[in-house]
Design a protein around this ligand. Structure first.
Ligand SMILES: Nc1nc2c(c(=O)[nH]1)N[C@H]1C(S)=C(S)[C@@H](COP(=O)(O)O)O[C@H]1N2
Ligand SMILES: [Mo]
Length: 323
């Protein structure tokens, strides 16, 4: 058994077995880590003992076929050059052009709110206990285009559960980095920065909700939301927030950026729904990126094709009202 003082234990050492065998020691350790790192005198957020950061060695992962689409993936070139990431510009090629020098290392994530554990954690410590999976998911943008992407990530719920959300945790709020020096798009008031998104707690705990760190077997390129983003495959792409620095468990439904800026166009739920249109265009069809000009538009599926897995989350809800 590990005899080190609790204060030196980082979250990366918290394996499920460790939690089972020594829960109290780990509670103390997480608390101690959080205080030590979040204190005003802490100049660096990375614990001294931390091992290599994600970008330095290629990711290791296993392929998850159970949760993967069988459609052919969109080419890497398209996935990484046709992007929405307004912090780096409004046009699809802008994020690739403008995010190349964005610094994602060191990176830390603050986790808190209605949970027993909280604190600020170096990304590699946060990820260390988790095995990465490759899952082929569709990304369906509200602008009526879609892609099929081999993402690398971990189930969001697996990470969230380690923080022991309380019974008051009804929602989870996610926030992107605010750094206008590095993110030129934040110098214009396109949105009320930083970008904020949210999920109901049961949506966040659903095994399809993925915290993504890579794509096509590599760590995420900056334009795709490095170093940590969400992918919620049954919702429109704007829910899949990029470059996350904060995760909070909340009792009230979070105020999300898009639903605040245009509440008639972007709802909180944003489940892909071919029957509920954006006020300015239809959602009935979609265009698959990279398939050329002759590509036919195909029918958009309810919940982006994941209805069998997720429709039960919304039983009894009027999905026209909760769009
Ligand atoms: N922080 C942040 N996250 C974001 C966005 C953004 O502008 N800023 N755009 C969203 C939208 S509208 C889509 S469609 C997806 C696009 O992800 P991709 O560029 O990896 O395809 O990211 C989402 N996440
Ligand atoms: Mo989007």
């Amino acid at each position: 058994m590990n005899r080190r003082a609790p204060a030196t234990i980082s979250p990366s050492e918290i394996t499920p077995e460790a939690v089972f065998h020594d829960r109290r020691r780990i509670l103390a350790a997480l608390g101690a880590t959080a205080i030590a790192v979040a204190g005003p005198s802490a100049s660096s957020q990375a614990p001294a003992a931390s091992t290599g950061r994600p970008p330095r060695s290629p990711p290791r992962y296993t392929r998850n076929t159970r949760w993967s689409s069988t459609e052919p993936p969109t080419a890497y070139e398209h996935v990484t050059s046709y992007n929405n990431f307004y912090e780096f510009g409004l046009d699809k090629p802008d994020p690739k052009a403008n995010a190349q020098r964005f610094r994602t290392d060191p990176w830390s994530v603050e986790i808190g709110g209605e949970a027993e554990l909280s604190g600020r954690f170096a990304l590699e410590d946060l990820l260390a206990p988790h095995a990465l999976e490759e899952r082929i998911y569709r990304l369906r943008c509200v602008e009526a285009w879609s892609m099929v992407v081999p993402w690398l990530g971990l189930p969001l719920g697996d990470l969230l559960r380690r923080f022991k959300p309380t019974s008051k945790a009804k929602y989870v709020e996610f926030t992107t980095l605010l750094d206008p020096k590095q993110m030129p798009g934040q110098r214009a008031r396109v949105l009320d920065w930083p970008y904020v998104e949210g999920l109901r707690i049961d949506e966040a705990m659903h095994p399809l909700a993925l915290l993504v760190v890579g794509v096509y077997g590599q760590w995420l390129p900056n334009q795709n939301g490095a170093p940590l983003r969400l992918i919620v495959p049954w919702k429109y792409g704007f829910k899949s927030i990029k470059s996350i620095v904060r995760i909070r468990f909340t009792e009230k439904q979070p105020q999300t950026s898009w639903s605040r800026s245009a509440p008639d166009e972007y709802g909180f739920y944003a489940n892909v729904n071919p029957a509920v249109h954006h006020p300015r265009w239809s959602q009935a069809k979609e265009r698959r990126i990279g398939t050329g000009l002759l590509a036919t538009r195909s029918d958009t599926l309810p919940f982006n094709g994941y209805a069998a897995e997720v429709a039960s989350l919304y039983r009894g809800m009027d999905l026209r009202r909760h769009f």
